[in-house]
Design a protein around this ligand. Structure first.
Ligand SMILES: [Mg+2]
Ligand SMILES: [Zn+2]
Length: 270
């Protein structure tokens, strides 16, 4: 029954307990330049620029990978992701980091194969061994037009695309986990049968709390990796039960002749 559930996770400060961009910039000693350039260009373009700087300072792609492997990832979060996958959920990442950072970290922790899709800014290592990072939406040729989101990525648009692609497969519930401002737009796109898990005291949580009526999805906050994993598993079970109840309700609504026995209530798996 969990195959009806799509679990969408933000990456920075949701899967890992830091921001991967800052982690690499700080870890490889480029914080000062990063902060100096930040007011002058979009974040995503700045990260590509920072990779050029690191490359010219002799930092290799392996140096970046080694740095990424040290990024903090709570073992409970790994457990929650593995459990959701084992239960049959469809897991997807939606992140404003980049593909190289995310794949390096998920592979290092042995959970890359739990995800059916990673939606993020594309990146590749060029012939000089420099990591190039590009925007998810090309904001020069095809701006996404959403005023809530940064120019390179509207996560709401991504959620709408995922929903359109999975509806035919009978997937009915989304569970969305996130912490940042960029997770607000997709949270607003969720429906009554969905759940949003904002990280407590982080920007998404503040935005949701400022006007909770704007959300149709059920709201379940979390703080630690342990809470995140526990609540995620609870919500998966809750969504499964909701589906079983709706099946039972349909049976109940079929008029039965007095001789017929009522259908036995379906057992809820643990
Ligand atoms: Mg985040
Ligand atoms: Zn948006």
């Amino acid at each position: 029954m969990a195959d009806k559930i799509v679990v969408v996770l933000d990456f920075d400060k949701t899967i890992i307990d830091c921001d991967s961009d800052n982690w690499v910039v700080d870890g490889l000693g480029a914080t000062e330049l990063f902060e100096r350039l930040l007011p002058t260009m979009p974040w995503n373009s700045l990260m590509d620029r920072m990779m050029r700087e690191l490359h010219s300072q002799g930092k290799s792609i392996e140096d970046i990978a080694e740095c990424l492997k040290k990024a903090p990832l709570d073992p409970h979060v790994i457990d929650g992701i593995r459990s959701a996958y084992a239960m049959g959920c469809d897991l997807r990442v939606v992140s404003d980091a980049n593909l190289f950072f995310i794949e390096t970290i998920l592979k290092h922790h042995g959970i890359l194969e739990c995800f059916s899709e990673i939606n993020t800014n594309p990146s590749y290592v060029d012939e000089d061994g420099r990591l190039r990072i590009f925007p998810y939406h090309d904001f020069n040729t095809s701006p996404h037009g959403c005023s809530l989101c940064p120019p390179n990525m509207c996560k709401g648009k991504i959620i709408e695309r995922i929903r359109a692609s999975v509806t035919a497969e009978g997937k009915k519930h989304f569970i969305y986990l996130g912490d940042g401002k960029g997770d607000y737009c997709p949270s607003l796109k969720l429906s009554e049968s969905d759940y949003v898990m904002p990280r407590k005291h982080f920007p998404l949580w503040d935005l949701i709390r400022s006007n909770p009526q704007l959300l149709k999805a059920e709201i379940h906050e979390w703080s630690t990796g342990e809470e995140q994993a526990r609540i995620l598993k609870q919500l998966i079970n809750k969504a499964i039960v909701a589906d079983l109840m709706s099946v039972e309700f349909k049976f109940d609504s079929i008029p039965l002749s007095p001789k017929e026995t009522r259908p036995v209530a379906l057992r809820v798996p643990h």
